[in-house]
Design a protein around this ligand. Structure first.
Ligand SMILES: Cc1ncc(COP(=O)(O)OP(=O)(O)O)c(N)n1
Ligand SMILES: Cc1ncsc1CCOP(=O)(O)O
Ligand SMILES: [Mg+2]
Length: 211
């Protein structure tokens, strides 16, 4: 059983090869145990090699590797699951391809109805956001802290918050009851990503206690 809680790091577009692996390993050292490989580039071979290398690194730290958008890449690289949005394959199709053990996460933006539907259809987690303005995705729809609180009341599956989250504003998001914080710039744009990851990990522990 995978542990769907805590820091959920997502790879940035501008980092590849050894530099990406180095930064990801720093996050893993800092306590991150969920990683999403998000790479919209078209070079399939490069994406496959990168996903396999990230998988090797994640196994070393017993971390989960999720692939953004692409079920083929998930299967080819041996990753544990996929993250799907409204422009991607449906949850039913992905489940049929990847099987019951795969972790499938669904973007719900600010749409509670979509989240209830994903939950009923067997999603492993649902994501809401952007919680704050995001320089990675400036046009993302906004889902504020109040919506996260409401989602926590209505839904029992694991919840992810995404968009503009930083080590500074993380406590205000964790306080709503979400299970995971998905972050790109709030980790990778920090001078010390390991320290940023450790700070988030400790913030979760301060709220929830050690397991
Ligand atoms: C954890 C998490 N939540 C939301 C998203 C956004 O997914 P999507 O709407 O499909 O947009 P892209 O990331 O594909 O541009 C995500 N990737 N991860
Ligand atoms: C993919 C995505 N979906 C909503 S906001 C976002 C980007 C999150 O990146 P950052 O943590 O840098 O705001
Ligand atoms: Mg997508």
């Amino acid at each position: 059983m995978h542990r769907l809680s805590g820091l959920y790091a997502i790879t940035p577009r501008n980092l590849h090869g050894p530099a990406l692996l180095e930064q990801v390993e720093a996050l893993l050292r800092g306590g991150c145990r969920i990683l999403q490989y998000r790479d919209k580039s078209q070079d399939r071979e490069q994406r496959l090699n990168q996903a396999r290398d990230l998988g090797t690194l994640c196994r070393k730290y017993q971390a989960l590797l999720i692939i953004n958008d692409d079920t083929d890449l998930c299967q080819a690289s041996g990753a544990q699951g996929v993250h799907l949005g409204e422009d991607d394959m449906s949850l039913e199709q992905a489940r049929a391809l990847l099987g019951p053990e795969a972790v499938i996460g669904i973007s719900c933006y600010n749409d509670m109805e979509r989240a209830h539907q994903a939950s009923a259809q067997g999603a492993d987690y649902v994501a809401f956001g952007a919680v704050f303005p995001s320089s990675t995705k400036p046009l993302a729809r906004r889902a504020g802290l109040e919506l996260l609180r409401q989602a926590r009341k209505e839904l029992s599956l694991p919840l992810v918050a995404i968009g503009g989250i930083t080590p500074e504003n993380a406590p205000s998001v964790i306080e709503t009851g979400v299970d995971m914080l998905a972050m790109i710039q709030g980790l990778f744009a920090q001078p010390d990503p390991e320290k940023a990851a450790r700070r988030i990990d400790q913030t979760f522990k301060a709220f929830r206690g050690n397991p």
